[in-house]
Design a protein around this ligand. Structure first.
Ligand SMILES: *[C@@H]1O[C@H](CO)[C@@H](O)[C@H](O)[C@H]1NC(C)=O
Ligand SMILES: *[C@@H]1O[C@H](CO)[C@@H](O)[C@H](O)[C@H]1NC(C)=O
Ligand SMILES: *[C@@H]1O[C@H](CO)[C@@H](O)[C@H](O)[C@H]1NC(C)=O
Ligand SMILES: *[C@@H]1O[C@H](CO)[C@@H](O)[C@H](O)[C@H]1NC(C)=O
Ligand SMILES: *[C@@H]1O[C@H](CO)[C@@H](O)[C@H](O)[C@H]1NC(C)=O
Ligand SMILES: *[C@@H]1O[C@H](CO)[C@@H](O)[C@H](O)[C@H]1NC(C)=O
Length: 267
């Protein structure tokens, strides 16, 4: 007998950031979607890309076996920066936007009417959607990503679901995760009767959660700090030095250079 298909779209940590390339000129249009090669170098701050090495368990069905059940666990997709990241981003943006000289060198693209990619603070923490993107041509919205994921899921497992049209999708109460689950469910189409079930991320949830950060007493965000600290951060100073040399008086700090990775222009 085919067991019900159960999905969980979950987990509270961030995958990738909102990047939107403002529409200014023909040259900008040509750049849209052309800078994927940068993504692996942004320290996780990039739209989703498939990790370029072998990863995970192959999804081919082993010989002699029959697939009877699929459980999918997903994350939220591209989002605007979090509130805490935004503090650093705004700080560097204020320095850059209050600079009175002509931008030189790597920052010279700002002379062409760059539009800051966070038009409104209410967008912080939110998923990127077609509606809240500055540029409707943004190819990296979470909305499109979740919907594409659903279509791929249907292509792969649709047959298995032919007798299973009523099922729940579980999500956490984080808005961006809820939104991802909803876009995924929507894109599965009218043939399914899906109930979206919300499980809280609050500490009071105990083990009844999909994102066990607050509710897991042993969770330690700093567990691997010693490993992180063993890597040099000189490259940040080099970046700020280079930008400051090109733009006298800009006075970017190492921290500012780090904030540039968090979503300030990648174009
Ligand atoms: C200039 O910087 C200040 C904070 O120091 C900020 O309040 C202001 O909005 C900035 N101006 C612009 C145009 O970004
Ligand atoms: C769905 O039900 C039909 C009729 O009982 C059956 O022939 C078919 O194999 C079922 N599909 C799956 C994927 O189990
Ligand atoms: C859809 O699912 C709900 C439970 O979430 C159920 O109450 C309802 O009867 C279902 N509707 C159909 C048409 O199967
Ligand atoms: C979250 O958990 C705390 C501590 O367990 C509890 O006091 C609070 O009422 C919970 N909040 C919600 C919205 O459930
Ligand atoms: C930083 O710049 C110095 C001086 O140019 C150079 O020797 C060093 O290799 C650079 N470090 C990194 C990480 O790029
Ligand atoms: C940049 O730093 C120099 C030296 O510390 C200082 O004289 C100058 O006022 C600063 N410029 C700005 C725009 O903060």
């Amino acid at each position: 007998m085919v067991k019900p298909v159960i999905f969980a779209i979950c987990l509270g940590v961030l995958l990738s950031k909102a990047l939107s390339i403002p529409l200014r000129s023909f040259a900008d249009i040509e750049l849209i979607g052309s800078q994927k090669s940068l993504f692996p170098f942004l320290g996780g701050s990039a739209p989703y890309f498939s990790f370029p090495a072998n990863y995970g368990i192959p999804t081919d069905i082993p010989e002699g076996c029959r697939l009877t059940q699929v459980q999918m666990i997903g994350r939220h997709g591209e989002r605007y920066p979090t509130r805490s990241e935004a503090k650093d981003i705004f700080e560097v943006w204020y320095k850059i936007s209050n600079y009175t000289g002509k931008y030189e060198g790597s920052l010279s693209f700002l002379n062409n009417g760059y539009e800051f990619f966070i038009p409104d603070e209410s967008l912080l923490e939110m998923e990127t959607t077609l509606q809240n993107s500055i540029d409707v041509l943004n190819p990296y919205t979470e909305e499109m990503n979740a919907k594409r994921h659903a279509r791929e899921f249907l292509a792969k497992y649709g047959k298995l679901m032919e007798n299973c049209t009523n099922f729940p999708i579980f999500t956490t109460n984080s808005k961006r995760i809820y939104d991802t689950a909803q876009y995924f469910a929507e894109a599965l189409g009218d043939g399914f009767n899906i109930s979206l079930q919300t499980l809280s991320e609050n500490s009071s949830s105990g083990a009844n959660t999909l994102a066990a950060k607050s509710s897991c007493p042993n969770w330690n965000s700093n567990a691997n700090n010693d490993i992180l600290m063993s890597y040099s951060r000189d490259y940040l100073e080099n970046i700020s030095d280079r930008l400051n040399d090109e733009n006298k008086g800009l006075n970017l700090s190492r921290k500012d250079a780090a904030a540039l990775f968090l979503g300030v222009p990648s174009s």
